[in-house]
Design a protein around this ligand. Sequence first.
Ligand SMILES: Nc1nc2c(ncn2[C@@H]2O[C@H](COP(=O)(O)OP(=O)(O)OP(=O)(O)O)[C@@H](O)[C@H]2O)c(=O)[nH]1
Length: 319
Amino acid sequence: MKLYQTLRNVGKFRTVFDFGGRDVAHWFPGHMAKGLKQMKANLKSVDCIIEIHDARIPFSGRNPVFQENLDVKPHLLILNKMDLADLSSKQRILTTLENNGVRNVIFTDCLKQRDDNIKELVPMVVDIIKKQPRFNRFESRNYCLMVIGVPNVGKSSLINSVRRTHLKKGRASRVGGEPGITKAVLTKIQVCERPIMHLLDTPGVLPPKIESVETGMKLALCGTILDHLVGEDIIADYLLYSLNRTAKFSYVEKYDLQEPSDDIQNVLKRIAVKLGKTQRVKAITGLGNITVTVPNYTAAAYDFIRSFRKGELGQVMLD
Ligand SMILES: Nc1nc2c(ncn2[C@@H]2O[C@H](COP(=O)(O)OP(=O)(O)OP(=O)(O)O)[C@@H](O)[C@H]2O)c(=O)[nH]1
C-alpha cells in the first residue's frame, strides 16, 4: 500500500472495537488446571523456567498463574514467531518487560532452519542459572528446564529447534497447528550434550481468567484458543480492525479490494468472490423459487484468519 493511500485513510477506521457484550469465560477449557498442578509438582527438579509467548502479543495473555506459581525459579522469556511480528518497537517492548521484572528475553523463529538466537539459548540459560543458587541441586551438573506457555505458541517447535541446533538431532516433540496438541504431560527430552540439558515439555496452559475480552481476542487471533469457541466471524472482524488500526493494508492487494475498508461483511464478500468461495442457494420469493449465488462468509473468514497466521498479511504488533 502506497504512503499516500495510507494517509488518505487516516481517521477513517474504528478506534475501538465493539465486543458486543461477549464473555470470555466459556472460551477456556477446564483441563488446564490439571496441567498446571503437574507442572508445580515437578518444579523441584527444575533449574530454569523457559516461558514461551507469541512475539505479536508480548504483554497480553501471558499467564499470570505462571508468575504466581512458578516465579521462584530463574526465568527466561522467549518471544517466538518473531517472523510474524512487527518488531520496529522492539526497544519499547524490552523496556516495558524489564519494568515488569522480566529481564531475560530473546526473540526466536523456530521455523527457520538456522536461527542464531536459538544458538544463544543454552549459554544464556547456563548464565541465568549460575547467577542464582541452585538450592538442593547445587551438586548436579545436569540442567533441567521447564518449557511453559499458553497453547500453540511453539513450545514443541522450540524444543525441536534447540535439539537441531545443540544436539544435531531431529524432531522429538510433536508439532501441531491447532492449540492443545501437546497432550502427554511433562515429557522429558534431552536438548544438549555439553552441558547435559533436558527440557520438560508441558501442555499449553491458558489463564483461568482472562483480564479482558480484548486480551482473549488477541489470544484467539494468534491461534491459542480453538477458533470455533470464539467464532471465526468475530475473529476475522477483530483482525480487520487490527490491520487497519496499525495501517497494515496488504490485504487490499491480496484480495483485490479497491481500497482499505473497515466493513468486515464487505471485505469477506470480496475474499469469497476472489477465492471462488460462493454457494448457490434456493430463495423463496413472491415470484416463486429462484437460485441465487451468495458468498460463503465463513470460508472467507477462515481464509482471512489463516492468511494472517501464516504471515501473508504482513508482520503485525497487536500490543
Ligand atoms: N511462523 C512461525 N510459526 C511457528 C513458529 N514456531 C512454531 N510455529 C507454528 O506454530 C504452531 C504451533 O507450534 P507447536 O510447537 O505445536 O506449539 P505448542 O506450544 O507446542 O502447542 P500446544 O501443544 O498446543 O501447546 C505450528 O503450526 C508451528 O509450525 C515460528 O517461530 N514462526
